[in-house]
Design a protein around this ligand. Structure first.
Ligand code: GPK
Length: 828
């Protein structure tokens, strides 16, 4: 076996363990006002963060100076969500200081893992879209691209989930109640933004018409900067998050009694804007506060960008589109398009055409879903109330679009105009944010090959006819620093020893590991690591749920938001089928399996909550049934989040990626699990298709209808009842759910699932895919019984998924969309 030396962190920070110890102790004294002999774990954690920050801030200063000196073009990522998780171990790994910090803390009598557990997750996102943003800013910094992430500094991130008698309970997440060591408040860069009010038409001395917006409310945006440390101490970029406050302009100085109380009320209203993240994933909340959130952060961010631009260019706008590119992470920040138009036309007094040309060179839009309920639309009425001037600008954008584009290609075709109009003319007129985003952007991308195809064919076919070159694909990716190196240190060491240490920034190197797929010693080492990771997860499971699971069983994991289209209930039906087979045949032969779930349901999503409840109730029954003889266990992990994902993913044998074909835009959990050696049971949907291409058909268990078959079935007319009446197993399971078998004394409590699949018409084709899914699992069961075969497949999964690094996604964006130059950071 070839041995490689330990990772030599090239650009990494140089500091001795002794110096690191001194820094930690110094911060314990000088920053925390405590001492080694009485400091709490929290104080130790904070002191260590402060010591880490000394290195981080060096990098931050160097990066900002270098970018400024080189007058670099920069990417501005606009996202309502950043699902960052913890930063402690991430920052240490990226600085190349993890092992050293572990050593230093050890010598000080502290265990680094205990300190890591002091940190709250920074959960400023719902799921895939928010975590993608976090992976992207890691890759941007690692690849030395000038970039800044803009978003909202939510006081409360995604709710904390617990179960009470199996039902989801939500509690507020107060991640920074006692401060957050990773953020820097920048009062010198405060912005003020306006909402509400009315628009006045005035004429200047030359008789030119001008629109003047008289806002009803002014709100202050306070920026908080989170340094984003690139791997190997390359760039340190910034995530800038805006917190809303009442403007100073209003009112604490109104000191008569009535005024004072009114001022306090306005204060509260202003601060409400950044109070809480909307917990809906892929549903349009349609609430006034949400629109204000979107506008608030977009307006603050654009003003921030323009302030920075003007430092170098004053009022000369000719370089703006060369310096600035803005990526819209879904339509959530799409109000930036009329906002930039307003700034250019109303404020900078630019001609419309020139302003529009700038906009169309600056914005690019990523679509993350085709689900109709996720496509944002705002009632015109609401827009008019909150952003009256922006509505006028949208009307003008639309008027010109319909006249100069649509009517030119389809003269006199009112049907086309109706379909393409940014304004949906229905009973209640709506602003279509997807249409606005496509019209206002120079590039539009989907997030996996199939999804990008469907964006073109099903969502915006006429827009493709108008602008064929506007549309492209960038398949998602995940950062291998967090999702392999940091979360799976044992596997990382094994890889270092066999393929060298370059893989964290050159993930295609993993393919070299395929050469060891048949090597018995490597197979043993690989499976021994999986076994240890499973044992560690079993301890976590015991602590969180008090359920005992056997680390020798297959760990079969489905972790993602709870959604009908993701079909956790298909997984549940299969579990019920296995349980029933065991009850019917006490000798039913199956490799022991533990089914693990992690998922939050949007608080208002009734059926999603019903599914959580059903899984919990079925779990209770199965886990206590002696007849099962430990062949089957079911665990629903509470409060699934990034930190839990980091413990579950390295322990997974099987990865459940079972969405109805055509519904999952890409998925990114699928990538993380395969990277850590899990075998995918999946449909030909989203990035699963590309994973199958990479790992080969014999190393993945594909099942179910394809996108084309789904379409055909819907056209033909799908009748779920046929499957219920024709498949006795399906019938028995669904009928079972109606009894009180799983909810003693309370029959019917789990019946909503059956109803949705029968009366509800089974819109996600659960019953149609059930049999094929069950077969795929039988195949997996057989594979697992052959230890060498399984090890080989697992190794080949890890070795084959180098494509799915977010570094590759970023390089694709750079060449297809952003056209940035790398900027090597110089030290001074
Ligand atoms: C898509 F539209 C949305 C949304 O509101 N939230 C969200 O997390 C996900 N997504 C897709 O569902 C995933 O398939 C995809 O991998 C992820 O975005 C990142 O692109």
């Amino acid at each position: 076996m070839k041995k490689h030396s330990a990772p030599a962190a090239t650009g990494a920070v140089q500091i001795s363990t002794e110096q690191l110890k001194d820094q930690i102790v110094r911060h314990l004294h000088a920053t925390l006002g405590t001492d080694v002999n009485k400091a709490s774990p929290k104080a130790w954690w904070r002191a260590t963060c402060a010591a880490i920050n000394e290195q981080v801030y060096d990098g931050l200063r160097n990066t900002q100076r270098t970018h400024y000196e080189n007058n670099t073009r920069a990417l501005h990522y606009f996202s309502l969500e950043y699902l960052m998780g913890r930063l402690f171990s991430n920052n240490l790994h990226n600085l190349g200081l993890y092992d050293q910090a572990k050593q230093a803390l050890g010598e000080l009598g502290m265990n680094i893992a205990d300190l890591e557990d002091q940190e709250e997750d920074m959960a400023l996102g719902n799921g895939g879209l928010g975590r993608l943003a976090a992976c992207f800013i890691d890759s941007l910094a690692t690849l030395n691209y000038p970039a800044i992430g803009y978003g909202i500094h939510y006081e409360h991130g995604l709710f904390q989930q617990s179960f009470q008698d199996g039902k989801q309970i939500e509690r507020p997440d107060s991640w920074r109640e006692y401060g957050n060591p990773w953020e820097i408040c920048r009062p010198e860069s405060v912005q003020e933004i306006s909402v509400y009010g009315y628009v006045e038409t005035v004429y200047d001395l030359q008789g030119r018409m001008k629109k003047v917006w008289h806002p009803g409310r002014i709100i202050k945006g306070v920026p908080w900067d989170i340094p984003v440390v690139g791997y190997n101490g390359s760039s340190v970029n910034v995530l800038r998050l805006w917190e809303s406050r009442a403007s100073d302009f209003f009112n604490w100085d109104v000191f008569n009694s009535g005024g004072y109380i009114d001022a306090a009320r306005e204060n509260i209203e202003a601060e409400t804007i950044s109070k809480v993240l909307y917990p809906n994933d892929e549903t349009d909340a349609g609430k006034e506060l949400r629109l204000i959130q979107q506008y608030f952060f977009v307006s603050c961010s654009l003003k921030d960008i323009i302030r920075r631009y003007k430092r170098a260019h004053a009022d000369d706008w000719s370089e703006f589109a060369k310096q600035v590119v803005i990526q819209l992470n879904d339509t959530h920040p799409a109000v930036s398009i009329p906002e930039l138009m307003r700034i250019l036309v109303d404020r900078a007094e630019m001609q419309w055409d020139q302003a529009w040309s700038i906009c169309q060179q600056v914005f690019a839009y990523t679509n993350h879903t085709l689900l109709p309920e996720a496509l944002e639309k705002w009632p015109v009425r609401l827009f008019e109330k909150v952003l009256p001037r922006h509505l006028e600008i949208i009307y003008e954008i639309n008027r010109r679009f319909l006249l100069e584009q649509v009517d030119v290609l389809w003269p006199g075709d009112d049907e086309k105009k109706r379909k393409l109009s940014i304004i949906e003319e229905n009973h209640e007129p709506m602003v279509r944010m997807g249409h606005l985003s496509v019209v206002g952007s120079f590039r539009v991308n989907g997030v996996a090959e199939i999804h990008s195809k469907l964006v073109k064919s099903d969502l915006f076919p006429e827009m493709v006819a108008l602008w064929p070159d506007k549309f492209t694909n960038v398949t998602n990716g995940v950062t291998p620093r967090r999702w392999l190196k940091a979360c799976n240190p044992k596997l990382s060491k094994l890889l270092d020893n066999h393929i060298g240490t370059a893989w964290p920034t050159d993930l295609k190197q993993l393919s070299k590991f395929a050469a060891f797929a048949d090597d018995a010693a490597v197979q043993d080492a690989f499976m021994a690591i999986k076994q240890q990771n499973k044992a560690e997860l079993a301890t976590v499971v015991k602590k969180l749920t008090n359920i005992d699971i056997d680390p020798h069983a297959i760990f079969d994991i489905q972790i993602k938001r709870l959604h009908e289209y993701k079909r956790q209930h298909l997984n549940l039906l299969h579990i019920l089928a296995l349980y029933r087979r065991i009850l019917q045949d006490p000798n039913y032969d199956m490799a022991p399996r533990v089914f693990l779930f992690g998922a939050k349901a949007a608080p208002g999503y009734k059926l999603a909550k019903d599914i959580i409840y059903a899984i919990n109730k079925v779990a209770e029954k199965i886990n206590h049934d002696k007849r099962v003889k430990n062949r089957l266990k079911v665990v629903f992990m509470p409060n699934y989040r990034v930190t839990l994902a980091e413990k579950m993913i390295p322990a997974a044998d099987v990865s459940e990626q079972i969405s109805t074909a055509g519904k999952e835009a890409s998925g990114t959990g699928n990538m993380k699990l395969a990277l850590n050696g899990a075998i995918t049971v999946g449909t030909l949907d989203g990035a699963n298709i590309e994973i199958a291409e990479e790992v080969g058909d014999e190393n993945i268990a594909i099942f179910g209808l394809t996108v084309d078959e789904v379409k055909t079935l819907h056209v033909k007319g799908y009748n779920s009842a046929d499957y219920y009446y024709n498949n006795p197993e399906i019938k028995a399971i669904l009928d079972w759910l109606e009894t009180d078998y799983f909810t003693p004394g309370k029959p019917g409590e789990l019946a909503a699932i059956k109803r949705s699949l029968l009366e509800g018409g089974d819109p996600y084709l659960v019953l149609a895919d059930f049999e094929s899914y069950s077969k795929a699992h039988e195949k997996v069961d057989h594979w697992y019984r052959d230890k060498a075969l399984w090890a080989k497949k697992a190794i080949l999964n890890t070795a084959s998924v180098g494509k799915f690094t977010s570094d590759r996604s970023i390089e694709d964006y750079v060449s297809r969309v952003w056209h940035l130059e790398k900027c090597k950071i110089t030290k001074n």
